[in-house]
Design a protein around this ligand. Sequence first.
Ligand SMILES: Cc1ncc(C[n+]2csc(CCOP(=O)(O)OP(=O)(O)O)c2C)c(N)n1
Length: 327
Amino acid sequence: MPANRPTLDERLEMHRRMLVTRRIEERLGEMHKAGQTRGPIHRCDGQEAVGVGATAALEQRDYVTTTHRGHAVYIGKGLDPRRVVAEIFGRETGYGAGRAGHMLVADASRGMIGGNAIVGGSIPAATGMALSIQILREERVAMAVFGDGAAQTGICHESMNMAGLWKLPVIFLLEHNEYGLTVHHTAQSAVPELHVRAAGYGMPGVQVDGNDAVAVFQAVADARARALRGEGPTLIEARTYRVEGFSTSDMGGYQRQEDIDRWKARDPLLVSRAVLGEEADAARIAAVEKDAEETVAAAFEAALSDPLPEFAPHAPSAPYANAGGGC
Ligand SMILES: Cc1ncc(C[n+]2csc(CCOP(=O)(O)OP(=O)(O)O)c2C)c(N)n1
């Protein structure tokens, strides 16, 4: 089990995975503008420390469910960037053989159960997994990643109540990026600090700096240890900010430029590099960053030349294949 304090090697790996995620998203943003993606992409630029820091504190056997904004979670949980990109572009080599797309990437062998395009849907899914873990007496945990918008859904409250009541081994990781679509959190929640709600479900509520991967790692490692001791769930509110639009087709205009600038100055990659610079020499950090750049370039090159899947005809529809000619 990972200790609460990540080692230097683990922090360098988190830095590398955050940079891989960033570069994938930047490239996707450019390709969406050029009309080369299958629909808009939900980017997590500036939020990578949440998904990467949290998954680094899990073991491969732990389950994680995420949202429509899940790239950092996929890469953090150790999925292959080439197969993630292939899935986004509908290629046969993608994690869903090209049938799922960017919001629904999953690899059960790594506990990455998938993104979920239904707002709030990741929460009961992970809670149910935690119930099965408890019944089967397994040595693992489930983690739900969800946004501040999803935190307002009824299913979120029901799941947390059940998890607190039954002391389920689940971690609720609330990625508070201040917006649900174009709506600011102060217009959708009676309280600005969402971790305080944990008290109502009989579980600890912790708030962390969501732009600091180490802080997120430590909070999740503590929550995981608690869950494995049979003490039940934890709600972690990771405070961050959505510096890009809701998706690549968002025209923007509803966020204050000074807020964007303030958060960009605390970009998780800058935070990570500054902390690493105190312990690792510059050449080691540069090597990690070079590796990330090369990994992403190779992932796009390979994925974009991978074949598209061949879909078998849907047998029950066969009688209709030639119908219509006489109508
Ligand atoms: C049940 C449901 N309602 C509405 C939507 C449309 N929708 C997609 S994302 C979103 C906002 C989600 O906000 P939040 O949970 O804070 O996640 P964020 O986009 O900020 O990461 C909405 C309303 C949906 N996909 N599912």
